[in-house]
Design a protein around this ligand. Structure first.
Ligand code: SOE
Length: 373
């Protein structure tokens, strides 16, 4: 912590995730007065003009185009740029014992994720991987139900994450279309969330069989008379065996016409089942073994996770709150010198599963995780 007992935060990236986390940092003192005091210290990016504009809008005091300089000046670096930007600054920060909060997926390749995890293990600083959906109140509620045995012995986990922003073949090429920059497509961008939730709710993955598909193999570059190849998947599906014999099925697509941000998780146990849908994130559908079908539980009571910080029962919260909750937990862990999960270990373990799914697709066979290097 800085000498003035604040956590000085440097944020790398000021687009989608930069905005989501900056909003969280701004809201924290208002709704989580017990959170450590933070300073929105430095915003980091490449283009000075847009950076200055974003810093003003997001309430940052300083800007820099040099992340190395920022590492020296702040207590924590938020690494929110495109996937290929995750490894180098994260590793450098952890080597300097500066805390790191890194967006998912951890890195484009498993080799890089492994290096990040090893550096984190050797660092005095905390390294968190920002899987924000763990911090939805209904997901935490679901975890408690599963842990308390309310669903009995767990048999199946099913998760799918559907979007449709690439259905149009003229949707422009971006870093998200490129294997070197992104690592994978729907698999890493969306599947990483589902797989993290499977690990969080039910248990780790032991073997997988995967299938990847690219429907449009080149896309126009915005503002230029050029097409570039798409080298990542538009959709994936996988079947998995999880710990304790739990059967898993995972799926994601950016080609699911009409589905905007449709992330669904279902768990079946010997005494009941549950369903969660991100598009109705204040609810959990619960089925007890009484043949009366699913009941909808509204997870907005004061006794529900995080809700006492917000509004009276029934006053729903949204997607942006998941970032506020995860920032609260991560920054509190820093100030209290405690562990935080999802950690870089979790990020790496998800990355192994993503990699195994890619390998399985190539080799047309099941991949056992314990045989992977
Ligand atoms: C885009 O597909 C995206 O923003 C992902 O990158 C996020 O992780 C997900 O939460 C929403 O969709």
């Amino acid at each position: 912590m800085s000498t003035n007992n604040t956590i000085d935060v440097g944020v790398l990236g000021y687009r989608f995730m930069g905005r989501a986390h900056s909003n969280a940092l701004a809201r924290l003192p208002m709704f989580f007065p017990d959170a450590p005091k933070i300073v929105r210290h430095t915003l980091i990016g490449r283009d000075e003009e847009s950076l200055t504009e974003a810093a003003e809008q997001f309430g940052f005091t300083n800007t820099t185009t040099d992340w190395k300089e920022a590492i020296e000046e702040v207590d924590v670096i938020y690494n929110l740029g495109p996937n290929h930007i995750h490894p180098e600054p994260s590793i450098a920060a952890l080597e300097a014992d500066t805390h790191v909060f890194c967006e998912k997926p951890m890195a484009p390749t498993l080799r890089q994720a492994k290096e990040m995890r090893e550096t984190a293990a050797d660092s005095k600083a905390l390294a968190g991987c920002a899987f924000n959906y763990r911090f939805v109140p209904a997901i935490k509620y679901a975890k408690r139900l599963i842990e308390d045995g309310e669903l009995g012995e767990i048999h199946q986990f099913r998760g799918r994450y559907l979007q449709d922003w690439l259905v149009d073949p003229d949707a422009p090429w971006s870093w998200r279309s490129d294997a070197e920059l992104a690592g994978s497509g729907a698999l890493g961008d969306l599947g990483a969330h589902t797989i993290d939730l499977a690990r969080f709710l039910v248990g780790d993955v032991e073997r997988v069989s995967g299938h990847l598909r690219t429907f449009v193999d080149e896309r126009p570059v915005e503002g230029e008379d050029e097409n570039r190849p798409v080298t990542v998947d538009d959709a994936y599906s996988a079947q998995a065996e999880l710990e304790d014999g739990v059967m898993g099925t995972f799926e994601a697509s950016r080609f699911a016409t009409g589905h905007k941000n449709d992330h669904i998780v279902e768990v079946h146990g010997s005494k009941g089942s549950l369903k969660f849908s991100l598009e109705r994130l204040n609810e959990l559908e619960l089925l007890r073994d009484d043949n009366r079908g699913y009941e909808t539980v509204l997870v907005t009571d004061e006794s529900d996770p995080y809700i006492d910080h917000w509004w009276p029962p029934g006053h729903i919260i949204g997607w942006e709150h998941t970032f506020i909750h995860e920032n609260y937990e991560f920054l509190t862990a820093i100030s209290e010198d405690k562990e935080f999960s999802p950690s870089f270990e979790d990020g790496y373990r998800v990355q192994r599963i993503l990699d195994a799914i890619q390998q399985s697709n190539k080799q047309h066979e099941w991949i056992k995780l314990d045989t992977m290097k």
